[in-house]
Design a protein around this ligand. Structure first.
Ligand SMILES: O=C[C@H](O)COP(=O)(O)O
Length: 253
């Protein structure tokens, strides 16, 4: 049985005090459950403080992106070594906003997946199609190619510990959600791709999240699907009350 993983991606939102009080509430009230792993990915500015606040709790902290090098003259960047050093455990890689606005290519995502593993971080690898690609019937091809490229050269022993987030780009922040059946179908295709690459045991172990306008009203149906093991949540992770409802949903057997 795969443990669910619900991750909040705050993107470029929240002032320091808001981040602090959210995390205090989350740490104090997050249900202790063996069924769900909880992760918050704040802006990098808050990583250190929030990692300190969550040290003795079950809440994990993730970065929203990182550079692939351990250190160097890369103004403005943060490295996997720095993330591990301050107690960050996860990193989102290849989010569609990084691909779209910051020219993050499949090749760069692959290098970052390698770097994440090298420094003991769990990569949350994002894949997803545009509306145009979906309407042209290319969804499965697109996500399968993104997965294959992201995992190029990744050892069999590491692959099952990665997380893949399927985020149809047209569903991000738009209020439009893929139907649970649709999302499940694509997550199933992702699992098949992993099975082709690594075999069934790895495919059965690797967790796949759905992301794109996930909220308390649709989480139960999404999580009831065979191939959906959690959610990568933007908007609904910004308020502790709604995020806690998602964790609560994930904690049910
Ligand atoms: O990383 C999170 C996704 O981009 C989903 O964002 P959203 O829940 O606001 O649609």
């Amino acid at each position: 049985m795969r443990k669910r993983i619900i991750a909040g991606n705050w993107k470029m939102y929240k002032k320091a005090e808001e981040a602090r009080s959210f995390m205090k509430e989350l740490v104090d009230t997050v249900p202790a459950s063996e069924n769900v792993e909880t992760v918050i990915c704040p802006p990098s500015l808050y990583l250190y403080e929030l990692a300190e606040m969550t040290k003795s709790s079950t809440v994990g902290i993730g970065a929203q992106t990182m550079h692939e090098a351990k250190e160097g003259a890369f103004t403005g960047e943060i490295s996997p070594k720095m993330l591990t050093d301050i107690g960050v455990g996860y990193v989102i890689l290849g989010h569609s906003e990084r691909r779209q606005y910051f020219n993050e290519t499949d090749e760069a995502v692959n290098r970052k997946v390698h770097a994440a593993f090298e420094y003991g971080l769990t990569p949350i690898v994002c894949v997803g199609e545009t509306l145009e690609e979906r309407e042209a019937g290319k969804t499965v091809d697109i996500v399968a190619t993104q997965v294959k490229k992201a995992f190029e050269g990744i050892a069999d022993s590491l692959a099952p510990t990665a997380v893949i987030a399927y985020e149809p780009i047209w569903a991000i922040g738009t209020g439009k959600t893929a139907t649970a059946e649709n999302a499940n179908e694509v997550c199933g295709a992702i699992r098949n791709t992993i099975s082709e690459l690594y075999g069934k045991d790895v495919a059965d172990a690797l967790r796949i999240q759905y992301g794109g306008s996930v909220k308390p009203a649709n989480i139960d149906e999404l999580l009831s699907m065979e191939h959906i093991d959690g959610a990568l949540v933007g908007g609904a992770s910004l308020e502790a009350a709604s995020f806690l409802k998602l964790i609560e949903a994930g904690s049910h057997a």
